[in-house]
Write a protein that binds this ligand. Structure first.
Ligand code: GLV
Ligand code: GLV
Length: 322
């Protein structure tokens, strides 16, 4: 029988698909990520055939070696920066992800963060709850309108494309973008125009939204130097991966009004926040919940199950990344 270790419970729809194929599932009973030590310990218990992992698990050589029988690690996430692909390759382990299912959820969440920070929604809410509201005022909580503003997208994949489409078509923002290469598909869907460097996007845009995968080349893509290129009136959004921004430098930039505000769903050292970040009124933060819709998480559960099923039926899994 095919036996799979599941590092944390995911929505039932995916688990039922696996069970109905006769797979035996051992599911972690902890309602938190396992530490690497715990994961290694549990993987050594049985000759598992595969592992269903989460973005919060570090899957490196030691983890692969704890369970040499497992020839697939199916990651329940679109991002797979938590998996050491070169170590997987060395051992002939297949890695899959769950793209597409969460595009709409993450794109809409990005727009929610944009509205929240630009219209000062959270700041105003806090003010009211603290009993500070003494009546309507002509200049109380002035924010911005988005129509006609320039949206700069860094990373023109599916999610970046959908954010640009909603903002361009729905709000009348004009879209510019940077990616390692020009994307016809992105331009057709969004009317966006290409810039050959991230610097050009940073200088021109009123709102910058990051949608790159986390790679050595995108780590600290936004550092103090690049933050300083942004307009003083500009806002930064990040729903990709935390380490893409030097968070300490961002806190400083926000404190010193180098930029106007930020909307963040991901953090450099999750679940920790950089010192001072949570004290800033011009920041809206959510706990890595951009893909947290029922439909996205169910969709991801179905995809992760489809990948495992295909693999054990001897087919190439639809979302193989390595
Ligand atoms: C979420 O962050 C994902 O990569 O799925
Ligand atoms: C993720 O699905 C992306 O390509 O942005």
């Amino acid at each position: 029988m095919t036996t799979i270790y599941v590092t944390r419970k995911i929505p039932d729809v995916g688990l039922s698909m696996l069970k109905s194929k006769g797979f035996e599932l051992d599911i972690s009973t902890k309602d938190r990520p396992l530490t690497k030590r715990e994961l290694i310990k549990v993987l050594k218990k049985k000759p598992y055939d595969g592992v269903l992992s989460l973005l919060t698990d570090t899957i490196d050589g030691e983890v692969f070696d704890a369970v040499p029988t497992a020839k697939i690690f199916a990651n329940y996430a679109v991002g797979f920066n938590n998996v050491y692909l070169d170590e997987a390759k060395k051992r002939g382990v297949t890695i899959t992800n769950t793209p597409g299912a969460l595009t709409e959820a993450v794109a809409e969440h990005t727009i929610a963060l944009m509205f929240a920070v630009v219209k000062r929604v959270v700041e105003s809410d806090t003010y009211l709850r603290k009993g500070k509201y003494k009546g309507w005022g002509p200049e109380l909580f002035l924010g911005e309108e988005l129509q006609g503003k320039v949206l700069g997208i860094l990373g023109a994949g599916r999610i970046g494309g959908r954010v640009a489409e909603i903002a361009g078509k729905g709000l009348g923002m004009s879209v510019i973008y940077y990616d390692i290469k020009k994307s016809e598909e992105f331009e057709k869907a969004t009317g966006g125009t290409f810039r050959a460097t991230p610097e050009e996007v940073l200088k021109e845009a009123d709102i910058i939204s990051i949608h790159v995968p986390l790679l050595p080349t995108t780590t600290h893509l936004m550092n103090a130097e690049r933050l300083a290129l942004m307009k003083k009136s500009a806002y930064l959004l990040n729903t990709s991966r935390g380490p893409v921004i030097d968070e300490k430098a961002l806190v400083e930039a926000l404190q010193k009004n180098v930029i106007c505000g930020a909307g963040l769903d991901v953090f450099e050292h999750e679940p920790k926040l950089a010192k001072g970040l949570a004290k800033l009124p011009n920041v809206v933060i959510t706990p890595h919940t951009a893909s947290a819709t029922r439909s996205a998480r169910d969709g991801m559960a179905k995809l992760v199950a489809e990948n495992l099923i295909a693999f054990f039926e001897g087919k190439v899994p639809p979302n193989r990344v390595s």
